[in-house]
Design a protein around this ligand. Structure first.
Ligand SMILES: Cc1ncc(COP(=O)(O)O)c(C=O)c1O
Ligand SMILES: N[C@@H](CCOP(=O)(O)O)C(=O)O
Length: 548
């Protein structure tokens, strides 16, 4: 499909029409923005996508807008004033980004050669998740205030958010929702598999509506529990479940903004060599595929992108898909020749997930990949020359069958050659080992005195490899997804021998000092979704009775 076109023949909605949403598995459609934000996951198990991706025909005219004004332009293409009046949407956006420490919210820095770093960690929890979760927290609040007007007690709509985290979504969601009325938030993290700072950021928040659960298992187990809860008619009839993971469409939507914003920042920084309309490459450290998928939507709206580089760690299901066309849970562990650290004691768990130095990306199944699969299947179906309804139906069926194979057989594929070629036209992939991650952190520190977090280092290493394939001088934007202080272990391992390097004075922000002395609240729970369901019911009840 050509750049920026809508995914079907019908015109995209205008500002005043309401955008409608459908499920990637085909059994749910015609939903409003508010419905999909509050529901999170479709009842057929699919993820919501807009029925039409709006073409941003005037996108060049956004070039001088502030982050907040640009966010309004982008979001208002998806949320009509009939759902959220313009002034209210502007107010939600303004409040969401007033909590950021950087004036331009997501600053772009020249890093090295033609690589620019998009710093996404200036929000309250020092990770890119804040960009979407500050917004989503305010959006939930807005919808709940509206729904609960004039209602009291048990008649009020009470949202029970259940989320899974490998470290960053958890604290960002908690900071986005703490203390908010009519919302309880249950955050499941894999016990002992998030960094110490990440764990403290979550468990030291003591607001009554915040519930941290440490699950015996890995991130995929946490994500499966969340999906099982959404699929369970029992808890759905008693509790209104809400999602904060990137299965929630609002997460992806908010992240589209910084692709446009960084593109314009690049044009301002390189007036002689980069013009509006030129193409750029983006390298994105990827796990659940939400961040890069937001870029894909920006591209479909019209942003000129040469390639998106999917940067994975040694949990490389995505990289293997791009190389082979097969999407299989079983991880292929790095060989000594690739510089893997297996022999140095990095743990490969029996469950197939490898514990790496970039733990937030220790994910086997990337839930948002399903959204891309829908578009790949849709384009494949479109080549048959049938009508748009048929194309969408085919796409839904194909995605359902791929996902059923993933669940029942552990994988699917190889996909049709044309499907893989479409995927390769827009994306390429790189797998970065732990050793390469450490080398990248060290090299950047030596060369430009900049400290990368390990996830960002995975992206920068992938960016360097991609730059070597791109046209000479072509600019590349590498996404910096977290502050290095969140990953003291990896950063210290990389830089401990560097003269003058000292973690506490060079990296640690004042906000993290003393966190370990604070009171914590967390409950351990087995990897058993029914046990989690009972615990959720129990704790919501206590919270509503005001006992917490
Ligand atoms: C620091 C960091 N980098 C990268 C990622 C991967 O992003 P995504 O899951 O959207 O692919 C995550 C987790 O999601 C993260 O926390
Ligand atoms: N890396 C994430 C995993 C959850 O991803 P999400 O983007 O779907 O919320 C984390 O840090 O929790």
């Amino acid at each position: 499909m050509s750049n920026g076109a809508v995914p079907n023949g019908s015109p995209a909605p205008t500002h005043t029409q309401s955008q409608r949403y459908l499920s990637t598995r085909g059994d749910d459609s015609g939903l409003s923005f508010e419905d999909v934000v509050l529901k999170g996951l479709a009842s057929d198990g699919g993820l919501y996508i807009p029925e039409q991706v709006p073409t941003a025909s005037q996108w060049e005219s956004w070039k001088d807008l502030s982050f907040v004004d640009l966010a309004y332009e982008v979001l208002s293409l998806y949320v009509s004033p009939s759902e959220i009046p313009a002034e209210d949407l502007k107010d939600i956006i303004r409040r969401s980004y007033s909590t950021f420490r950087a004036d331009d919210v997501t600053p772009l820095l020249p890093l090295q050669d033609n690589i620019h770093l998009l710093e996404l960690f200036h929000g309250p929890t020092f990770a890119f998740k804040d960009v979407a979760l500050q917004f989503l927290g305010n959006l939930f609040e807005y919808f709940l205030v509206r729904r609960n007007e004039g209602k009291t007690g048990r008649d009020r709509y009470h949202l029970t958010v259940v989320g899974a985290t490998s470290g960053d979504t958890g604290s960002a969601a908690i900071y986005g929702l703490r203390g908010k009325k009519d919302v309880s938030v249950f955050m499941l993290h894999p016990k002992g598999r998030v960094s110490p700072i990440q764990e403290l950021q979550m468990t030291t928040v003591l607001d009554a509506n915040v519930h941290n659960l440490a699950v015996t298992g890995n991130f995929d187990n946490c994500q499966d529990i969340v999906k099982a809860l959404f699929a369970d008619p029992d808890i759905n009839s008693t509790h209104k479940l809400g999602a904060v993971n990137s299965i929630n469409w609002a997460r992806i939507l908010a992240q589209i903004v910084y692709y446009f914003y960084s593109y314009f920042s690049l044009a301002r920084q390189r007036p002689d060599s980069f013009k509006i309309g030129d193409k750029v490459r983006y390298s994105v450290p990827s796990g659940n595929f939400g961040d890069i998928l937001a870029g894909y939507f920006a591209h479909r709206m019209g942003l000129p992108v040469d390639k998106f580089v999917i940067a994975t760690n040694e949990n490389d299901i995505l990289d293997r898909f791009w190389k082979t066309g097969r999407y299989e849970k079983q991880a292929s562990y790095g060989s000594a020749a690739e510089g893997g650290l297996e022999s140095d004691g990095v743990k490969a768990h029996e469950d197939g997930v490898k514990e790496t130095l970039s733990p937030a990306m220790d994910i086997l199944v990337s839930s948002n990949f399903e959204r891309l699969l829908w578009f790949l299947a849709y384009e494949f179906a479109s080549s048959a020359g049938m009508d748009d309804e048929w194309n969408k139906k085919q796409a839904g069926q194909e995605v359902s069958s791929w996902l059923a194979d993933l669940k029942n057989k552990g994988g699917f594929g190889p996909v049709y050659k044309d499907v893989l070629e479409t995927a390769r036209r827009t994306f390429e992939s790189e797998r970065v080992s732990d050793q390469e991650t450490l080398d990248t952190i060290r090299a950047l520190y030596k060369d430009v005195a900049y400290v990368l977090d390990p996830h960002t280092a995975v992206g920068v290493e992938a960016a360097k490899r991609s730059a070597a394939r791109a046209a000479p001088g072509a600019p590349l934007i590498s996404l910096s997804t977290a502050h290095p202080a969140k990953f003291a272990g990896a950063v210290t391992l990389a830089l401990k021998d560097e003269v003058g390097f000292e973690f506490d004075s060079k990296v640690l922000p004042p906000e993290f000092v003393g966190l370990d002395k604070k009171e914590k609240r967390v409950r351990d729970v087995e990897n058993d979704w029914k046990a989690v369901r009972e615990l959720v019911k129990e704790e919501v009840e206590e919270e509503l009775k005001g006992k917490r």
